[in-house]
Write a protein that binds this ligand. Structure first.
Ligand SMILES: [Zn+2]
Length: 387
């Protein structure tokens, strides 16, 4: 048994404890949380900073790790997608190496679990050998009705390569999935299939759905994709596809940079729970815009945090993402945002019984925020994995 003391301990599901102590056994299982004086000083290792459970990175694409620095910044989403689709193919060896390095960096950055999107099985081996718990979302996309069934079958075949308890198939994004795909998808998945859809990452997506206009039409043309069946919906993308998503499945919507209050009202009226995943650094990279965090707080919506891939980010580091959010919204309380980065993501990925908070019986990892002595997230604070 090891005892770790720090200036502050954030159990996440309970109040922060000044000069708290975390007891952990040899297997990394939490055995108790104590106050100063409750454990004999001679047994305790004292650390400077704040102790938190391992982070949950709710959105990544490990298989794009070799694309770090390849795509120019601030091009907007359609241009970004074209670049990724044209350059995602690379030599297997360099892809493997980049994925291994990214996985290692995430672990060192205190990340305990990852929701990871995949288009192939290339990341299966890295995930199998990783101390990180991955949930793999195999993406389905099809704009032509004739492709829908074969694409779903293909995704199921790829899913087979991953841990069956920690994988699911998911529609990729509103602009890459036809109405027929959404309808068919609903019929073929069970209730335990977690869904994770890119949502309103660009205003072009809303333009496409509202008016059938904008840069996505150029994107389809250039990629030689036929979207003849598509009609303007006179409403934002979210309001157009949400009614087709099975209601009992857990649903993560990723990005939400251009999600309006009206869209959120629509979600509430449908009475379904949604986890809104924010990936601020990727949003700045691609669109140079951040989602309106206050809109999600207003309605008490559940926020989770992701890094997205190295194709659209300079690091896979949840602390970096939190720093960007706190710099933009200085009034936010770290006691709240730490939940977004840990327990909320764990709930979304159905692993909150195992990790996401410092609670007896859980095995959440133990991470030190070096230099954190108050409840303020200073840009100078560094992440260090303890266990
Ligand atoms: Zn993504």
């Amino acid at each position: 048994m090891k005892y770790y003391a720090a200036d502050i301990v954030f159990p996440v599901t309970g109040p922060a404890i000044k000069k708290g102590i975390v007891a952990m056994d040899d297997h990394g299982v939490i055995k108790g949380i104590y106050n100063q004086g409750e454990v004999d000083d001679s047994k305790v290792e004292f650390l400077k900073g704040a102790l938190i459970p391992g982070f949950v990175n709710a959105h990544c694409h490990l298989e794009l790790s070799h694309m770090e620095g390849l795509v120019p910044q601030h091009t907007g989403l359609p241009q970004f997608l074209m670049k990724v689709m044209n350059e995602r193919g690379a030599k297997e060896k360099s892809v493997d190496k980049a994925m291994e390095a990214a996985d290692k960096a995430m672990y060192e950055n205190g990340i305990q679990a990852v929701g990871d999107h995949a288009n192939s099985a290339v990341s299966a081996k890295v995930k199998e050998n990783s101390p990180i718990q991955y949930h793999t979302f195999v993406e389905v996309m099809a704009l032509a009705d004739a492709d829908v069934e074969s694409r779903i079958d293909q995704a199921k075949e790829i899913e087979f390569h991953f841990d069956y308890k920690r994988s699911s198939i998911t529609p990729h994004a509103p602009y890459s999935c036809s109405k027929t795909l959404f309808k068919t998808f609903k019929k073929v998945v069970g209730e335990d299939n977690i869904i994770s859809i890119h949502n309103q990452e660009s205003d072009e997506e809303n333009k496409l759905f509202r008016y059938n206009k904008g840069e996505f039409l150029d994107f389809y043309k250039q990629m030689k994709l036929s979207v003849d069946g598509f009609r303007a919906q006179a409403r934002n993308s979210l309001q157009s596809f949400l009614p087709y998503i099975p209601t009992k499945n857990k649903l993560i919507l990723v990005h939400n940079t251009y999600t309006s209050i009206k869209d959120l009202d629509f979600v509430d009226r449908m009475g379904r729970k949604v986890y809104f995943c924010l990936c601020p650094k990727a949003n700045l990279y691609i669109e140079n815009k951040l989602p309106k965090v206050e809109n999600f707080l207003l309605g008490g919506h559940e926020i989770i945090i992701g890094t997205d891939s190295l194709a659209s980010n300079t690091s896979l580091d949840i602390l970096d993402e939190l720093k960007v959010i706190h710099a933009e919204y200085p009034h936010l309380d770290f006691n709240e945002t730490i939940k977004w980065a840990t327990i909320n993501g764990a709930k979304a990925l159905n692993i909150d019984h195992e990790l996401g908070s410092l609670e007896e019986g859980k095995k959440p990892g133990l991470v030190l925020l070096e230099g954190m002595e108050s409840f303020k997230l200073d840009p100078k604070i560094k992440v260090k994995r303890i266990r």
